[in-house]
Design a protein around this ligand. Structure first.
Ligand SMILES: Nc1nc2c(ncn2[C@@H]2O[C@H](COP(=O)(O)OP(=O)(O)O)[C@@H](O)[C@H]2O)c(=O)[nH]1
Ligand SMILES: [Mg+2]
Length: 196
């Protein structure tokens, strides 16, 4: 592990089982713990390149089979981690399951709760982090445009920052494009090679 200072960081967050680890390992060609069982990832995975760090944060939201307390602790951990590192985090990728997103949002809405994905996007924006939504498992979606528009509206993220992806097949070109743009904006063209 490089012992130099990290000055730029990219974080990945999302509910369990949306494919965060699959996205992460595809982008960075690293082996990360993955599993069919939700909640396999309970501690972050890291990828380091020069002063760049990418962090796959554990799944937030309800994980079946765990105590409510455990879920709250995960959320607290993620919020604290992001708060503490907000200055160096240039973007937060929130990975969602494109197929079940709408249903989950509407169910939470009916119960009068703010869906945790939306809460996380609001929180990242509040601390000055650019939010990118990775609409993963797009292979399972039929109404493609409608789905992207719904996600964009619900997450309050402009359409161009809502990117369809099929991580399982390595289809992440739109995500890479947005990340390259954000790195350029930060004058870090030296890191573009990460998202070729
Ligand atoms: N259909 C489909 N399944 C995917 C895709 N990406 C990941 N998965 C599957 O979703 C499950 C959860 O993936 P994982 O990366 O462990 O999710 P995490 O809990 O968010 O880290 C695994 O069975 C993956 O193979 C995708 O683009 N399409
Ligand atoms: Mg995972």
């Amino acid at each position: 592990m490089d012992s130099g200072r990290v000055s730029i960081e990219l974080v990945f967050a999302g509910r369990s089982n949306v494919g965060k680890s699959t996205v992460f390992s595809n982008l960075f060609k690293v082996r990360v713990r993955k599993g069919k069982k939700p909640g396999t990832t309970i501690s972050p995975n890291f990828f380091r390149f020069k002063d760049f760090l990418a962090t796959d944060l554990s799944g937030f939201g309800y994980i079946r089979g765990f105590e409510r307390d455990f879920n709250e602790r995960i959320k607290d951990f993620i919020v604290r981690y992001i708060e503490e590192n907000a200055e160096r985090i240039f973007a937060g990728v929130i990975v969602v399951d494109s197929r079940s997103f709408r249903e989950i949002v509407e169910r939470w809405d009916r119960r009068g709760y703010i869906p945790v994905d939306i809460e996380m996007a609001d929180f990242m924006r509040d601390v000055g982090i650019d939010v990118v939504v990775c609409a993963n498992k797009f292979d399972k979606v039929e109404k493609k445009q409608e789905t992207l528009e719904f996600i964009s509206r619900a997450m309050k993220v402009e359409k161009r920052s809502v990117v369809p992806a099929i991580a399982k097949k390595g289809e992440l070109s739109e995500l890479k494009r947005v990340l390259r743009e954000l790195l350029s904006k930060k004058k870090r063209d030296d890191l573009l090679t990460l998202f070729k």
